[in-house]
Design a protein around this ligand. Structure first.
Ligand SMILES: NC(=O)c1ccc[n+]([C@@H]2O[C@H](COP(=O)([O-])OP(=O)(O)OC[C@H]3O[C@@H](n4cnc5c(N)ncnc54)[C@H](OP(=O)(O)O)[C@@H]3O)[C@@H](O)[C@H]2O)c1
Length: 258
């Protein structure tokens, strides 16, 4: 049985990955869709007619969820053709004011759950399989006011790069998707006052980011960015010293607050 596993499938980018993979990736028997909100996963399953979706209501912050995931892998022994590590969240605000448990859970979900699910999936990954991990352009450099989130996403990018080398012999390729702001439920969860800065930066649609990510993954690209702005940011963050960029960011942030 050939499958794709998609985490965070109940909304936003994960839901879009599920829809597009169901149409574009040939030869799959099932999509395993994971998130906490079971009713949203059931709605998604019902909207996809041509391929079976297995609803897996799991909280990826809880250890027991991985026991259940591994139990299902053992039971069905599937060939995983695609693993989409997408579930994640961010919290906007100063490190000092954001609840510490919310920050630690962010690390738990954005980082530890990716490492865990990738490791559990590894024995089942098909030759030539693809792993897509949703990082963020926030991972390109430190982000004051978004410090822990940006650090979690830098981890994802680095993890993907390292793993790409390690898994070369198995012909498995990892693509880290690095979008800027995308119109999803992300900002409802993130809180903070983002209106000014986000309005200035163009918000993009989830379907476009996902379409580009699937194309880049098929080509075996290590990083997937969508849009001129984020491509430019990636280059700037690579060549301009981060201390200089951070000076500018601090200047604009303090102007926004006035
Ligand atoms: N939107 C943006 O601007 C943006 C930009 C760059 C990167 N990203 C990244 O894109 C990814 C997807 O986010 P999104 O924008 O699509 O936001 P979203 O609509 O809020 O989706 C987040 C998904 O993660 C799932 N999730 C959250 N906590 C979970 C947990 N403990 N266990 C299992 N699933 C959990 C949510 O499902 P349940 O609530 O049902 O569990 C939901 O399906 C995240 O990794 C995010 O960091 C987003």
């Amino acid at each position: 049985m050939k499958i794709a596993v998609i985490t965070g499938a109940s909304s936003g980018l994960g839901k879009e990955f599920t829809k597009q993979i169901s149409k574009k990736v040939k030869g799959l028997d099932e999509l395993w869709i994971i998130a906490r909100r079971e009713e949203k996963l059931i709605q998604l399953k019902e909207s996809i007619k041509h391929i079976k979706c297995r609803v897996m209501p799991l909280d990826l912050i809880q250890k027991e969820s991985f026991v259940e995931y591994e139990r299902l892998l053992e039971k069905y022994s599937p060939k995983i053709c695609m693993l989409i590590n997408n579930a994640g969240y961010g919290k906007i605000g100063s490190f000092e004011t954001i609840d510490i448990d919310e920050q630690l859970n962010m690390i738990e979900l954005n980082n530890k759950s990716i490492v865990k699910i990738t490791r559990s999936s590894l024995p089942y990954l098909y030759n030539n399989a693809r792993i897509i991990q949703v990082a963020s352009s926030a991972g390109f450099m430190p982000q004051p006011g978004f410090s822990v989130y940006a650090a979690t996403k830098a981890f994802v990018i680095s993890f993907g790069r390292g793993l790409n080398q390690e898994l070369k012999d198995k012909n498995i390729k990892i693509t880290s998707v690095c979008p800027g702001p995308v119109r999803t439920e992300f900002f409802d969860v993130a809180g903070g006052d983002v209106s000014m800065s986000i309005k200035k930066m163009a918000m993009v649609e989830a379907d476009q980011v996902v379409a580009k990510a699937l194309k880049d993954s098929a080509k075996g690209k290590e990083i997937s960015t969508y849009g001129t702005l984020m491509n430019a940011f990636k280059i700037v963050a690579k060549i301009v010293p981060h201390s200089l960029i951070l000076k500018q960011v601090n200047y604009y942030n303090s102007r926004d607050k006035e």
